[in-house]
Design a protein around this ligand. Structure first.
Ligand code: ZN
Ligand code: ZN
Length: 378
C-alpha cells in the first residue's frame, strides 16, 4: 500500500496543484469560508464521500466508512485565510498561513487511499475546520460533538524555511500556549492641581506594567509576559479616571500558562488597586500548547521515513506560535493527536502577504498523511 501511495502522488501532481490553485483563489477570512465550503462539498460529492455541514458555522465533516469495525481516525485541515493591509489595494484576504495547502493535502490523502484500493478498518473522518486564526474553530467543532467518536487525529502545517526545507518533515509541532488578557481601570477625575481629590488611573497603569514585568514563574518553561496595549487620559490638566490595557502571555506548556495567568492576575489586581482604583482583568483569547504524544509520533515518523527516506525525517519542531489544533486532545484526553510539520522551503514566512512555497510539498504532505492513516488503522 505504501508504495502505491508514493506512485499515486507522483502521478497526480497536476491534480494536486490545480486543487491548491482553486482553494488559493477562494481565500476567505475566519468564519466567512463560504466559497471554500461550497468548493470542498462539491469535491466530496464528486468523490462519493458523505459529509455534513452545520447551521452555525462554515466547517465540513466528511466520513468514509466501509462498515468494518475499528477505530475512528480523523484528518484535520483548517480553512481560513488572513486579512492583510496592502499599500495600493487596501485590505486583501490572502492564504498566507498555507491553509489552502492543508485542505488540498487532506482531500487528496483520502482520494489517494480510495484510488489505491485501501479500505479503512474503522472510520476515516475528514475535518475541514473554520476559524483557526481566531482560535475559535476547534472549540466550535468540539461543542458540535465532532470529535466524540475520534480515537486518533492528524493535523498538518507547512513550516517556514528557517524550520524545515522542502523534502523534510517532522512528526510533531510543539506549539506553545498563548493568552491575551484585557483589563480596565476605573479611578476618579479631579483637577490636575488637586490630585489628592482624585484617583489617577495612569498611576495604576504604571504600577501594573511594573507588576507584569516582575512576575516570576518556573524558568525551566519558556514563557513571556508583556503589556502590549495601554490607553488612558484625554486632557492634560485633568486627572484621568479610565484606562484600558492588554497583556500578551506565552508559555510552552498548558500548566505553565495556568500558573502565569494566576501570577499575572494577582500582580495586576494588587498593584493596580493600591491607589484606590478599581481594576478588572479578563482572558480574552487563549490557545492550548501541544501535548506530545509519543505513540502518534512513532507512527508518523515511520510514515515520514517511508515516504521521504531516512534523510527526510526531522525531530519535532518547537515554536512559540499558537495553533488551535491542540484544543482537541486537551478537551478530549483519550484522543491521540499529533500535528505534522511539513518542509516546503516556505519564504519569507507564515502570515507574510508574499508568502510562497515549493508546490512539491503538496505531494509530500499527501503521501505522509495517507501513509500515516494506513499505519494507524493497522
Ligand atoms: Zn496562521
Ligand atoms: Zn496556520
Amino acid at each position: 500500500m505504501l508504495n502505491k501511495i508514493k506512485e499515486w502522488t507522483a502521478r497526480n501532481r497536476t491534480q494536486l496543484e490545480s486543487t491548491y490553485g482553486d482553494l488559493h483563489r477562494r481565500a476567505e477570512a475566519s468564519w466567512h469560508e463560504y466559497n471554500t465550503q461550497t468548493y470542498l462539498c462539491a469535491e466530496l460529492e464528486r468523490m462519493g464521500i458523505p459529509y455534513r455541514t452545520f447551521p452555525d458555522q462554515t466547517g465540513i465533516v466528511a466520513e468514509w466508512d466501509e462498515g468494518e469495525a475499528g477505530p475512528t481516525i480523523a484528518l484535520r485541515a483548517d480553512m481560513d485565510a488572513l486579512s492583510h493591509e496592502m499599500n495600493d489595494d487596501g485590505r486583501q484576504i490572502i492564504h498566507s498561513c498555507g491553509h489552502d495547502a492543508h485542505m488540498t493535502i487532506v482531500l487528496h490523502a483520502v482520494q489517494c487511499l480510495r484510488q489505491c484500493g485501501f479500505r479503512p478498518r474503522g472510520r476515516l473522518k475528514l475535518l475541514f475546520q473554520p476559524a483557526e486564526e481566531t482560535g475559535e474553530g476547534a472549540l466550535s467543532f468540539i461543542r458540535n460533538g465532532v470529535i466524540e467518536d475520534v480515537n486518533g487525529m492528524l493535523g498538518i502545517h507547512l513550516r517556514p524555511i528557517q524550520e524545515l526545507p522542502l523534502g523534510k518533515a517532522s512528526a510533531a509541532i510543539y506549539h506553545g500556549a498563548a493568552a491575551q488578557l484585557r483589563g480596565e481601570i476605573r479611578g476618579v477625575q479631579a483637577h490636575a492641581a488637586r490630585p489628592h481629590l482624585g484617583v489617577n488611573v495612569i498611576d495604576s497603569l504604571s504600577a501594573i506594567v511594573q507588576a507584569v514585568n516582575a512576575v516570576k514563574t518556573n524558568p525551566g518553561v519558556p514563557h513571556t509576559a508583556n503589556v502590549t496595549q495601554a490607553s488612558a487620559g484625554g486632557t492634560i490638566n485633568i486627572i484621568p479616571d479610565y484606562a484600558v490595557f492588554g497583556i500578551d502571555l506565552r508559555s510552552q506548556t498548558n500548566d505553565g500558562m495556568d500558573d502565569l495567568i494566576r501570577r499575572v492576575r494577582r500582580g495586576v489586581l494588587s498593584a493596580g488597586t493600591a491607589n484606590g482604583a478599581e481594576v478588572t482583568l479578563d482572558v480574552a483569547t487563549r490557545t492550548a500548547a501541544a501535548a506530545p504524544n509519543p505513540m502518534m509520533e512513532r507512527i508518523v515518523s515511520e510514515a515520514i521515513r517511508e515516504m521521504l527516506g531516512e534523510e527526510g525525517w526531522s525531530p519535532p519542531i518547537v515554536t512559540s506560535g499558537g495553533e488551535d489544533f491542540h484544543f482537541y486532545p486537551l478537551e478530549r484526553p483519550q484522543l491521540s493527536a499529533t500535528m505534522i510539520g511539513l518542509g516546503a522551503s516556505l519564504r519569507p514566512g507564515l502570515h507574510h502577504p508574499d508568502m510562497s512555497f515549493d508546490l512539491d510539498a503538496l505531494r509530500h504532505g499527501v503521501s505522509i498523511m495517507a501513509a500515516a492513516a494506513v499505519l494507524l488503522f493497522k
